[in-house]
Ligand binder design. Structure first.
Ligand code: MN
Length: 430
């Protein structure tokens, strides 16, 4: 924890009054997003602070960031430029932002660079170059495994190798984008032949997305020592999954059309710098479990203390103005068998070129308790234990019109709490 700096100081306050005591975006957070302010202009990078956002290019015009290796003339690509730079540069820009937003002397220069946050049209902060999804929560892997293989829930490789699959980058959408129910091929339990039609088992998956910074040349491995410096930040990620398509298609090569029809990423990237006060050690591996192979032993490894909720709001609930129903709540730091840096290390261990803007999903985040299960497949145990909503309706899987919202927050003694924002999506009919 000795690399905390004045940007993490709990006593630091902003001249943006709404930031002080803000549940998600105090001056200690400063996440990056991108908004489209008009149809003609390219999207621009913004930083959330309280109830407003700071337009980064306008802040550069006002004198911020002078001396940093970032060209403000390339304004739509400020984040891409930043992520290519070293973590020291990431920290330097954060310090400039934090200093300027907490020093009233900057108010006259930055006031005109602020926009109200409500009603902004978000786009993806970075367009992921590539997307990989892991399976790193041991509770999720054990639950899902026990549904399909009651005698042998965890396959022998699980405690040795971080399991993942390559997802599809082009169908990643920003949170708030509606999700069309996919068609696909399914084989029902009593069917002798598959049929093609709308998925009847549409699900969400609560995940964090790690946003990679920097680039390693193809053929040059990412070492455990370097892995932590390759995590630029995190966003909430919903890996929408059609379970009926998945169960028919997944053998022997893993998920394909069951998952590549859409993946939602929340509008804000919470930087690794902002998460520093919330670093905690990884859970101790139980007696009898293997130690990670040497290449996966990350010096000073950690995870983050993040509380994550899944909220469900049906069309009828929204019509009545009901509060969304909390389906589950999990703690990230309890759920994972592999740390964020171990996922990066493993992905790059074969010389795979990870690039700025690559997205690594953690896999469904499920805690040990039943109400901490991060997808409906687990929460309703394959639909056998339907979820009872407050209005008496039930859910096995998602219905048309259902809105799923993921939220997250970091809380720890001695630190100002920060939020991850929200990642929402509403299911459209097939
Ligand atoms: Mn997933």
């Amino acid at each position: 924890m000795n690399d905390l700096d004045r940007s993490h100081d709990p006593a630091r306050r902003s001249w943006v009054e709404s930031a002080n005591g803000h549940a998600e975006f105090p001056v200690q957070n400063l996440p990056f997003g991108a908004v489209a302010t008009s149809d003609e202009e390219l999207p621009e990078v913004v930083v959330a602070i309280g109830d407003v956002v700071l337009r980064l290019a306008a802040a550069f015009d006002a004198g911020l960031g002078a001396g940093l290796p970032i060209d403000p003339a390339m304004a739509p690509f400020l984040l891409e430029q930043l992520m290519e730079e070293s973590p020291e540069t990431w920290t330097a820009l954060r310090l400039e932002l934090s200093d300027a937003l907490s020093d009233p002397a900057w108010t006259p220069r930055l006031q005109s660079a602020l926009l109200p946050r409500a009603g902004l049209r978000h786009v993806l902060p970075v367009q992921p170059v590539d997307y990989t999804d892991f399976y790193a929560s041991i509770h999720h892997a054990t639950n899902v495994g026990s549904m399909f293989r009651p005698d042998n829930p965890l396959l022998p490789n699980y405690k040795w190798v971080p399991i993942g699959y390559h997802g599809r980058a082009s169908s990643i959408v920003v949170g708030g984008t509606p999700i069309r129910r996919p068609h696909g091929q399914t084989l029902g339990p009593d069917d002798t032949e598959p049929k093609f039609g709308p998925s009847r088992s549409l699900d969400y998956e609560l995940e964090l997305g790690l946003i990679v910074g920097g680039t390693n040349a193809l053929g040059t491995a990412v070492t455990a020592e370097a892995a932590r410096s390759r995590i630029f930040g995190v966003s909430l990620l919903n890996d929408w999954s059609a379970r009926d398509l998945q169960s028919w298609e997944y053998q022997p090569l893993g998920p394909f059309l069951a998952k590549n029809f859409a993946t939602s990423l929340s509008p804000w990237i919470i930087t690794a710098d902002a998460l520093k006060p919330f670093r905690v050690p990884m859970p101790v591996r139980p007696d009898g479990d293997p130690q990670p192979l040497p290449y996966l032993q990350v010096p000073g490894d950690h995870t983050w203390a993040v509380e994550l909720d899944v909220l469900l709001s049906t069309a009828a609930m929204r019509e009545r103005g009901d509060t969304p129903f909390r389906v589950s709540r999990a703690r990230f730091e309890e759920a994972m068998y592999w740390s964020p840096a171990q996922l990066v290390t493993h992905h790059g261990s074969n010389g795979c070129n990870l690039s700025s803007g690559d997205l690594l999903g953690t896999g469904t985040i499920s805690g040990p308790a039943a109400d901490a299960r991060g997808c409906l497949l687990e929460r309703t145990w394959r639909g056998t234990e339907p979820l009872m909503l407050p209005d008496g309706t039930t859910r096995r899987f998602l219905e048309d019109g259902d809105e799923v919202t993921l939220t997250g927050r970091c809380v720890r003694d001695g630190a100002v709490p920060i939020g991850l924002g929200a990642c929402s999506g509403t299911v459209l009919p097939a």
